[in-house]
Every structure is written in structure tokens, then in C-alpha cells.
Design a protein around this ligand. Sequence first.
Ligand code: PMT
Length: 414
Amino acid sequence: MVMTPNGGERLRDRRITLGVCGGIAAYKAAELVRLLVKQGARVQVVMTAAAEHFITKLTLQALSGRPVGSGLFDLDEESEIGHIRIADESELLVIAPATANAIARLCAGLADDLLTTVALATKAPLLLAPAMNVNMWRHPQTRENVAKLVARGALVVGPGEGDLACGWVGAGRMAEPPEIVEACVRALAPAARDLDGVAVLITAGPTHEPLDPVRYLGNRSSGKMGFAIARRAAARGARVTLVAGPVTLETPPGVERVDVESAREMRAAVLARADAARVVVMAAAVADFRPAVCSGTKIKKGEAAPEIALARNPDILAELGAQRRERGGGPILVGFAAETGDLERNAREKLREKGCDLLVANDVTQEGAGFAVDTNRVTLFAPDAASEAFPVLPKVAVAERILDRVAALLGVRR
Ligand code: PMT
């Protein structure tokens, strides 16, 4: 449970607005309010009209000890509660259950009921606990909506997998109330500064290997994974240098960025900075091969298709690992492995061959994992330790898990 070791309340006097939407999981809102109040939170419940089909205002009012808001156009209620007052007073807006419809409306910025109006007016962080049918959760529109909200800074807890009220089995079950309370505690905790002053060098994105002045060999990396690590490392106090391949992402706040195109440029940028770094994270999808010859002029469309000879690119991570072995010391090395099968065997092999302290393996063929999406599903491998597998999580959450392990490794070395 969420009590501190001395039995204290971890949410004492924190002002939490709980939005309850119309889904069968709305019944769990009663337990959630009870647990939040038990932790000392001042809970303001706001219900959608649909939620009132599933749970009564009276129940949530009794448990929260406050009038429950619902109607935007109910003048009596509005004068008593006021959506702007709720928005201004909230330190955290939790929506549990967050239905597919509510997520879509939040994403579109609608403000046609009390909950969406509060969501639009508040400056408080937003924590979503989605709950819906598995196919609705997996629908590309819902994935896109969630990804957009996450990109705007929303936090997401769950959904879990299992039997759903609709009869289907799969992802879509709302996180359990204690898990949501934990997420509230985390959301309201001051950002951990456990990487304060630590120099972290991160690579991200693809490399482009030129074939002629207009063409290149590339890959599908968007840079999202590496940029998420850079963003979170900087937020945790690290001095971050981000060596980025050709991507269209904005530089995260407080991060120094070095743009490169090819694997050889990335190698030069990384090796020039690796000695000053205490941690190197190689999230970039570096091309293993480049065209052996780069034509100075555009290759003409001749009769026969040209044959392109390839040359091997340097393996930057393996080089850093070898350097560290030779010198008997160097930065902590975190590698990635993009796999399409036999994850465990390939990841263990890369971990050993490249001499990393931590290897983040993702099967890029899996839904919600790998290239260009806002989520990833990773397993962490370290020498002489059991692997740690995570479910599909937003890339920022994956970044946090990786940095937790980096912080632990730094702690071991200090
Ligand atoms: O950028 P996104 O769209 O968010 O996608 C994320 C991602 C799929 C790119 C990321 O999660 C990922 O898996 N990155 C590593 C991709 C990769 O190149 O994997 P690999 O298994 O081929 O390489 C293993 C490791 O060696 C990687 O850390 C890589 O950076 C490094 N490497 C590879 C080749 C090379 N010539 N030099 C290297 O340093």
C-alpha cells in the first residue's frame, strides 16, 4: 500500500481532481476516491453524464466529502463549483476510467462538458487510466490519440490485460486503484534529480548513407526513443549531449544537440565526446553498411539497374566497448538491440560482443514497439543478471526505466 514507512499520508493536502467517465470500470472510482482520501488528498470528483449511468454522485460525494461536479450548464452547481475554480485549484487531474470517447475528446480539445472544460482550462498535469474494449484500445485512432496526449505531457497508467467486462480478453482493463494512487504519488513527487551533473551522451535516429547527391540508404528510425531518453535524463539533472541522425524532432529542453548524417559522422561525433561522458546510450539505428562508392553526380536511369556494392561501417558501440576493455575503464555503456526474432539469444550475444553494461532489446516486429511509434516494448539485459521485461509503455516511460538502471549502475560505481 502507499503509506510511508512512518505511516504518513503521501498525498496530504494535495488537490486532486478525479474525472470519472462512463464505462463499467467507473465502479472502481469509489475505491480510488477512498484510497486517495486515505492518503490525505483533497479529492474533487467531476463526473460525465455517461458516468452517472454506472455510479451515483451520492457515493462519490460521500467518499470524497465534497459536492461532485457534473453539469457545465447547471447554473446552481456552476455558481457553487465553477469549472475555472476547479481547474485552477487542481494540482493533478486524474481521469479514471478514461474511455476511448473521453480520450478522443481531450485530444481534439473539446470543452462541451464540465470534465473536458476543466481539462482544457487547467495547468495541472493529466494522468489517464484508460479502460475500454481491447479492440477500441488497439484501434489506430485511439493509439494516435493517446500518443498525441502523451506527447503533450499526459501520463498514462495501464490499461492492464485480462478478462474485460465486454467478454473479450486482452488489454483494456483499467489499472487497479492502488496502482493509480501510486501513479498519482509519482506524478506529484518533485522530479528525481538522481542524475544531477552526470554527463550523458546519447545517440538517436537513423543514419543516412549517401549513394549520390540525391539518394541515400537509410532506415525507419524516427529518433523518438533516443530523444525520450535525452528529455528524461535532462529532467533528472544530467548534462546531456544528443548526437542525432537526420530526424524532424525538436531538441528537448536543456539538451545540447549535435546533428550528423552518416554512421561515420556519428562515430566521429561520439568518439570526440565519449571520454567526457560518464554514460553513453546508443539508441541510434546506425547503418551497418554504406554504398562503397558515393557518386559525385546523380546516378542516371540507364538501361540496366545499377549494382550497388556495400562497404562495412564502423561499429561505434563495439569500438567504445573495446576501448574500455583496453583502458581498463570508461563510461557506462548502454546499447540497444533491434531484433526481429530470437530476442533473448541475439540480445545476450550483442551484450557480450559489444561489451555493454546494459542492453535494451526491442522486437521491432511487435505491435507498439520499435520504429517511429510513441511506445516501445523492451527487455533489459545485463551481464550475469536475469533479464527484465516490460509491457508496451510510452517511450518516455521506457526512458525512465532505462535511466533507473543507469542511476543504479552509477550508484554501484560511486
Ligand atoms: O528511433 P525510433 O523510431 O524511436 O525507434 C527506436 C529504435 C527501434 C531505433 C531503438 O529502440 C533501437 O532499437 N535502436 C538500436 C537500433 C540498432 O541499430 O540496433 P542494432 O541491433 O543493429 O545495433 C546494436 C547496437 O549497436 C545499437 O546500440 C546501435 O546503436 C549500435 N551500433 C550498431 C551498428 C553500428 N554500426 N554501430 C553501432 O554503434
